[in-house]
Design a binder for this molecule. Structure first.
Ligand SMILES: NC(=O)c1ccc[n+]([C@@H]2O[C@H](COP(=O)([O-])OP(=O)(O)OC[C@H]3O[C@@H](n4cnc5c(N)ncnc54)[C@H](O)[C@@H]3O)[C@@H](O)[C@H]2O)c1
Length: 606
């Protein structure tokens, strides 16, 4: 992005002092923004539309402060000082002394333009007018005023007092000095900022909302339950909350408007067309936390506490009808197979693993011994338990040795012909009631099922890498998998200390289906030179609380693996937005595969 020449604001000099800020709209975001300013010693004039809304806004702010006091993060005196700094009003005319006014009203262009035209009349000439819009054009909002050069986007993240990121959006006419002053203000507020140009969704929402919408469509099509979709993304990717819980936090009405705007402004990407269920829920008043009910039900409006409702799964269901599994077979000798054998043995199962050849078999055993030794060293495994676990593991080179097992987990190479052959053999060898599971991450489980004469006993059991560490397991049922097989598999997962989530047999299951399109979108954003890899990584970590940014994660996963999964998703859904980013293809062709090649999006040789 080329920087325009620095224009010093002659009226205000080099640095503006922000003593008083105005905040218009005290909803989910506005209330949080008031708190951020007041906590940092800035007086706030807080504006709402009418007295009832003022009362609700005040209640929101107080609620958040009281939670901070309860957690010991704020003293009673601190709370009082903070409250004294905020004045509430229903008149825009009271904003005359504000040095900065942040608008946080609902996401409608005409409403925001009207407010900005009004603010322009009442604000002092040097005041900066900012919008907290998530997706609308800051430029279009700015031209409703006579001072577009002093209009800027300041996009806080939800909850504003907690999330560190602020996206600063400069339009083509925003003065450089205004940008610099807002960047300095962000630092004073303890925020980190990325400064970007005016594009629908900016960085974080452009990458987030396709994913959120996709998660809603999975839920709408009963692909998986709300609990399972959310648990999959928390446990499989380490996200701070699942997508449906996040929709509830954002507010479904706000999310709808953001998606709708992104669809219209962002090239009519179908993935941003709001899933019909969102509109239905908004119409029914199910707006998320703020109304007390959205995808989940909350204790009361505004409360973060989820309470059970008619969709809450019966905790006792897991394991019902499940037969005991005592002996397990694992086929394969790679990274996943090795981890899976260890997980089963440590959970008390007898395991027979089958490798192709003595050498491979010995390597597996050595790797498991080393891994368990590490666990002992770290105090996570007692020596006696290690010895018992190792004694439960038997290596073999013959599938025939699996004749007596109750469950087989196949973890051979990700090639359909190889997996089908293994399943056909297992079907001949194993007891008729043994469950046959595949750990495939991208191939159709039904293909393995139809290679056998017992498709009802074939299931997907997708572990995450490293298997001994990651708590999630996806249990994938095909159109032929029996309820009993699913129950047995879920019960085994629980026994292993894993959290099972259940989904249908579609490319990517839950986690990869939601994760990889987002990663691919990040590559496309980089390719379009909208932001740097560092800024994008930063935005997702600081704005959304992700443990890693998309480029860090891609380099860890391996660009070749990411490309293969993205291709599978594209082939299955034929969704144009899933087409692999050309940059990803080129990096793979060049051999820049990520950390394993010491070069991917970043160079690890330096
Ligand atoms: N919710 C999020 O997670 C999130 C995150 C970042 C940015 N945003 C953006 O912040 C803005 C506000 O979203 P929200 O989620 O806080 O919405 P919200 O519906 O929770 O709150 C909007 C508030 O604006 C008030 N309002 C409406 N018209 C007004 C007027 N004329 N004058 C004064 N107040 C008025 C409403 O009474 C309401 O309290 C939107 O532009 C949204 O895109 C939202």
């Amino acid at each position: 992005m080329a920087d325009s020449p620095k224009v010093v604001d002659e009226e205000v000099g080099v640095t503006r002092e922000f003593r008083t800020a105005g905040v218009v709209g005290l909803g989910t975001m506005g209330a949080g923004i008031v708190e951020v300013f007041a906590r940092n010693g800035i007086d706030v004039i807080a504006v709402e539309i009418d007295d009832d809304s003022v009362a609700r806004g005040r209640h929101r702010i107080l609620g958040s402060l009281e939670r901070a006091v309860a957690k010991g993060k704020l003293s009673e005196d601190g709370k009082r000082d903070l409250c004294d700094r905020v004045r509430f009003t229903t008149r825009l005319g009271d904003l005359g002394e504000a040095d900065l006014i942040v608008e946080a009203v609902p996401e409608h262009l005409d409403l925001k333009q009207r407010i900005f035209a009004g603010l322009d009349k009442v604000a002092k000439p040097e005041a900066i007018l900012a919008t907290n819009t998530s997706s609308l054009s800051v430029t279009e909002i700015s031209v409703a005023t006579c001072r577009p050069a002093r209009v800027i986007g300041i996009h806080f993240f939800n909850p504003a007092p907690v999330m560190k990121l602020v996206e600063v959006i400069r339009t083509v006419v925003t003065e450089e000095q205004v940008v610099a002053d807002i960047e300095a203000l962000c630092a004073r507020l303890g925020k980190v900022d990325v400064t970007i140009s005016d594009r629908a969704g900016f960085i974080a929402n452009a990458l987030l909302f396709g994913y959120l919408n996709h998660a809603v469509s999975m839920y709408e099509s009963r692909y998986a339950s709300r609990e399972d979709i959310d648990a999959a993304m928390r446990l499989g990717c380490g996200l701070p909350m699942g997508p449906l819980a996040l929709m509830d936090l954002i507010g479904l009405d706000t999310a709808y408007e953001i998606l709708d705007t992104m669809y219209r402004r962002g090239g009519r990407d179908r993935r941003h067309a709001p899933v019909p269920l969102i509109k239905q829920m908004v119409t029914a008043g199910l707006l998320g936390r703020k109304s007390g009910r959205g995808f989940y039900t909350y204790e009361k409006p505004g409360s973060p506490v989820v309470v059970p409702d008619e969709h809450t799964p019966d905790q006792g269901v897991t394991g019902n009808g499940a037969r005991p599994v005592s002996q397990v077979g694992v086929v394969g000798s790679g990274l996943m197979a090795t981890g899976i054998i260890e997980v089963f043995a440590r959970a008390g199962y007898d395991v027979i693993y089958v490798a192709r050849g003595e050498e491979k078999s010995a390597k597996v055993r050595a790797a498991i011994e080393a891994s368990m030794e590490k666990a002992v060293q770290r105090g996570k495994l007692a020596e006696a338990d290690r010895d018992a676990a190792l004694a439960r593991i038997t290596g073999s080179t013959r599938l025939d040795d699996l004749a007596g097992v109750d469950l087989v987990v196949e973890a051979v190479v990700e090639e359909l012909s190889v997996k089908k052959a293994v399943f056909a053999n297992l079907d001949e060898i194993c007891k008729p009631d043994a469950v046959l599971a595949t750990t495939t991450s991208s191939l159709p489980v039904i293909e393995c099922a139809v290679a056998t004469t017992r498709p009802d006993r074939v299931v997907g059991l997708h572990f995450f890498n490293p298997a001994p560490v990651m708590r999630l397991a996806e249990v994938v049922s095909t159109i032929q998998t029996s309820q009993e097989t699913v129950a047995v598999t879920r019960a085994v997962c629980v026994q292993l200390g894993k959290h099972p989530v259940q989904c249908a047999d579609r490319a990517g299951f839950i986690v990869n289906g939601l994760l990889f399109p987002y990663l691919n979108d990040a590559v496309k954003m980089l390719e379009a030179s909208y932001a740097t890899a560092d800024d994008i990584d930063h935005a997702m970590k600081q704005g959304c609380g992700y443990p890693m940014g998309p480029f860090e994660l891609l380099d860890v996963v391996g660009l070749d693996i990411a490309l293969a999964i993205q291709r599978q998703l594209y082939m299955e859904y034929r969704e144009p937005g899933y087409a692999p980013a050309p940059l990803l293809e080129h990096l793979v062709t060049a051999g820049y595969l990520g950390r394993k090649a010491r070069r991917g999006f970043r160079d690890y040789n330096r």
